[in-house]
Design a protein. Sequence first.
Length: 367
Amino acid sequence: MKIGILTFHFGNNYGGILQCYALQQVLTNLGYEVEVIDYRPQLTRSLRSVAGRLCSVHSIKDLYYLLRENLTLNKNMDMELKQKKVEILAVFDRFRETYLRLSPYLNAETIGEYSNTHYDAIVVGSDQVWTSLYDGEAVYFLGWKPEFKGRRISYAACSAHSSVVGQRARVLKHLLERFDIITVRDNTTAHLVTSLIEETPSIVPDPSLLYAFEEFQTAHIVPEHPYILTYILGDEIKGGHATALEKIRQTVGDLPIYAISIPGNNSDIHPLADKVYQALSPVEWVAMFRHATFVYTDSFHAIMFSLKFSVPFVAYYRNIVRSSRLQDLKNRGIDSIYGSVEEMKIDISPKYSDISIIKEFSLKELF
């Protein structure tokens, strides 16, 4: 059986690209022939997706990255920050080229014909694939022409919305009813599905929890001593990062604080860190979490990898977009997630094995 994975593999986002790789590897290890469908919504499609496969000469790649950054970045941006953003683009593209088995680039017009001639099944997910309809296209609900003839499966699909109304609801209802199996990542998305087709989907683990990442054991940048790792994507915690980190150190010890940052983000945490890592590869990102002593974050996938590697952590929600995901985890038994510093309790020996969200799940059941 040949399977196509339709997900958010194209962003410069550690969680998004790693969950895609994990799902690819798990399905491959089950004996299936797997390909990541290289579809990118119009608004995020980059020149790289068209030209990147036509050239492999490093000087041309470097020229491309420079041109792309100068087209998309603020002209007044600090040159050092521009260079870091160029670097992170190259890092993620190298990971995709090395670790993902990608289809040819496909758009909304070509994905239908290609899918019918190449796949027996398509798995939609994981990640926020059902949060919106890009350009009015319901691609992530397999709403293209000609219609896909194989098995339609969602695995840990996720949406930020628990309901939709009007014409969009009617379109999504029709498309969801055509899925053979629907599984989702959280209760919010389960409510969305139930509101549309009166079916209660199974809630399954994020793909990152199903794969060991044994090939990403370490990296040369990983410190050999204990450290507190921070990975912050959104707004500062209510009560302040400084107070939160001081509270963590009172329990964990006076360990150095290392911050992972995507260039342009998280400036409020930088002054508090002993070192800031920018433009890490996904391999290095995994290794930093694997060997951390303690983690402080507001990221869903940082929580997943902390759970995976049994690293104690505290997480917080402040950003509206992320809060539903993290509150859902808290409601499902992960207690180390808070809305403010005042609420925070530091536990350096949590029993993650008791949490239902990380129980084993057999993807083979879906086929």
